[in-house]
Design a protein around this ligand. Sequence first.
Ligand SMILES: [Zn+2]
Length: 319
Amino acid sequence: MKTIARSPLFAVAGLCVAVWLGDFTDVAAQEIAPLEVHEIAPGVYAHEAPITAMNAASGGDISNNGFIVGDEAVAVIDTGGAPIIGERLKKAIEKITDKPIRYVINTAEHPDYIFGNAAFVGPDVTFVGHRNLPRSMAVRGPHYVETLRRDMGEALIQGVKLVPPTLLVNIGKERKLDLGHRVIDLRAWSMMSTDCNLTIFDEQTRTLFAGDLVYLRHIPVIDGSILGWLEALPQLAAIPAQRAVPGHGPAGAGWPQALAAEKAYLTKLAADLRGLLKQGADINEAAQMAARSEAAKWELFGIYNPRNVTAAYAELEWK
Ligand SMILES: [Zn+2]
């Protein structure tokens, strides 16, 4: 480069080349590694995320996601907790199939499911979600972005786009999507872990993507209604799946056995809270005592059990 930079003109040209090479080198250095996925049933792929919290260290990779490949198209299910996770999931899909991604389905409004959406935006991609999801995203999304900018750092958050679904699923009205000789059934639930839980059932392999309606190893997180959740568990169990991908925990767990642990936790929490309320315990006492016997069974218990108590206490207080 130096040998040609003899005149001012060449010097400027050389500088431009150097700047351009600099950018190019940065992009090359950040080459995107495909997310690790496993084919848990023919044509059904899942990424099993570590059980951890949203912070700089976890980089937004804290909840499971996956995709289903039909003869004509691909449906993506959840996109991870940062744009880079979405990019990495897209890379993983491109490694496996050249069929176009037609649908991106979000199973809830939490940032760990939607913050990777930006990676998939395009003219041929339809975003799909619960009827309540656009409203939830609009109301809570900006707050999530600000909180996580602080907790995860600007670099991970800067590309986040809150992309609301345009294809909406109503409660009580199952919607089928055809991916080409492969039909998946989408079901919107009434208030359970959140107010916009959506499940996806692949008819061909009887695989259920359950999102935040199923937790394994990771303590369940109540951001909706403990009573609604408990009430709807039998309907969830009745889905004729062989295996499930929970929102958190081992992907491909046997069904409906995968529900047993969270049912035990939610049942115990509700029973303890009813007892504590009867004794006149305040919310802080309840946070210390409710569901303590479950502590050893769950990861992140210390973080989420007190929050669950807060959510459930208010709900049960009025029942
Ligand atoms: Zn989750």
